[in-house]
Design a protein. Structure first.
Length: 424
């Protein structure tokens, strides 16, 4: 196997954009060309793995070797890449979003051509072209060299360029467009991918630990077993993204949109999910110890057998959520809405359920010993064989009522004389 060196010695320093483009190029090459490229580069390796996941990791290792102490250096590698595969870097992964005051009609070709011509002339950017127009808005995505994109942005930000085609420019931003790209195995630790477009991108086993992806679009992206510890994904668009077995420990997902996301068995220990949208998300068997989920929307979410020890779910919306077998011991569920939630066999021992709404919830065989139940709503909740005991806020009449409804109340008044299965 290649012995990568963490310290590049080549005078040529690979930029983030070049690293991303190289990874994408290598991951889409046929196996025969990858083997030939390794051969001419002088790399002696075991047989190239055939799975896309393993190839992604192998290619990431190859790139680290190229720039390392035993590698051939980037200049020579670029030449070999061109000779063997015919591929070369385009340096055009970035886009410029131009927000204008009016709503352009995408079918008005003459207006779009006028706008583009004016931008090219005023910014001296002849390579500039429009790649997309967002419907229902005045947002145009422009493609060119990074130099030209930055020139346009500078003209707008400095106030030199305030309008185009007679329309006022409101704002600009430059972002990476990596949608539908295979970046499996990429080493992107602490990378700045703020507002990047990673829609449907393959990010299996990538290392994005400590990276900045605030506001990024990862719709249906595949992040299976990715290292995302301490990543910043606040306000990111993560609908139906796949985080199966990913490491998201201590990640920032505040106000992120995770509707329908797959987080099965994910490591979310110490994660921040404040005000995040997790409707219908699958968090079964996920590790959410000490997670900050204040105000999060978990309506209809799947949290079967999830570990939520010490999690903060204050004011969280868990209507209809499936928490069967979940461990919520010591969790803060005060003011949470758990109406119609499934808490069958859940561990709620020592949890804070003050002012929580558990109406019509399924609490069969749940353990609520030591849970704080001040002003909790338990109307029409199913409590058959649920265990209560030492519960602050639970009055004697409440305990008797729960016993009559089939609960096991360990501290009923006169418990030794009164049956736990009192009949009404």
């Amino acid at each position: 196997m290649i012995e990568p060196s963490p310290l590049p010695i080549s005078k040529y320093v690979l930029s983030l954009e070049e690293s991303l483009e190289l990874t994408a190029i290598l991951n889409r090459l046929p196996l025969s060309q990858l083997l030939q490229l390794e051969l001419v580069a002088g790399v002696t390796n075991e047989a190239m793995p055939t799975s896309s996941e393993a190839i992604g990791l192998r290619n990431a290792e190859l790139l680290r070797w190229v720039g390392g102490s035993t590698g051939i250096g980037w200049e020579k590698f670029f030449v070999l890449l061109k000779d063997v595969t015919g591929c070369a870097l385009t340096h055009q992964l970035k886009r410029l979003e131009l927000v204008i005051e009016v709503n352009f009609n995408a079918t008005d070709v003459s207006l779009l051509l006028l706008l583009l011509q004016e931008l090219q002339d005023k910014a001296d950017a002849p390579l500039l072209k429009i790649t997309s127009i967002q419907r229902g808005s005045a947002r145009l995505n422009l493609q060119s060299s990074l130099e030209e994109l930055e020139r346009v942005k500078h003209l707008v930000d400095s106030g030199t360029l305030t309008q185009v085609a007679g329309q006022r420019i409101l704002s600009t931003k430059i972002f990476f467009d990596l949608s539908n790209t295979n970046l499996s195995g990429a080493y992107l630790k602490r990378a700045n991918l703020k507002r990047a477009n990673l829609k449907r991108t393959d990010l299996i086993r990538v290392d994005l630990s400590g990276a900045d992806l605030r506001g990024a679009n990862l719709f249906r992206a595949n992040l299976f077993r990715a290292n995302l510890s301490r990543i910043n994904l606040s306000r990111a668009y993560l609908i139906e993204a796949h985080f199966n077995k990913a490491n998201l420990s201590e990640a920032n997902l505040e106000q992120a949109n995770l509707i329908g996301a797959d987080l099965i068995r994910a490591d979310l220990i110490g994660v921040t999910l404040r005000d995040a949208r997790l409707n219908r998300a699958n968090l079964s068997k996920a590790h959410l110890n000490r997670a900050d989920m204040v105000g999060s929307d978990l309506i209809g979410a799947d949290l079967i057998c999830a570990n939520l020890i010490g999690a903060n779910l204050n004011r969280a919306d868990l209507i209809g959520a499936n928490l069967s077998g979940a461990n919520l011991s010591g969790a803060d569920l005060s003011w949470a809405d758990l109406s119609r939630a499934n808490l069958n066999r859940a561990d709620l021992s020592g949890a804070n359920l003050n002012q929580a709404n558990l109406s019509r919830a399924n609490l069969c065989r749940a353990d609520l010993t030591g849970a704080s139940l001040n002003e909790v709503i338990l109307s029409r909740a199913t409590v058959s064989q649920a265990i209560f005991g030492n519960n602050p806020g639970l009055q004697a009449e409440d305990k008797i009522n729960l016993g009559r409804r089939g609960a096991i109340v360990q501290d009923l008044p006169g418990a030794e004389a009164v049956s736990l299965w009192l009949k009404p």
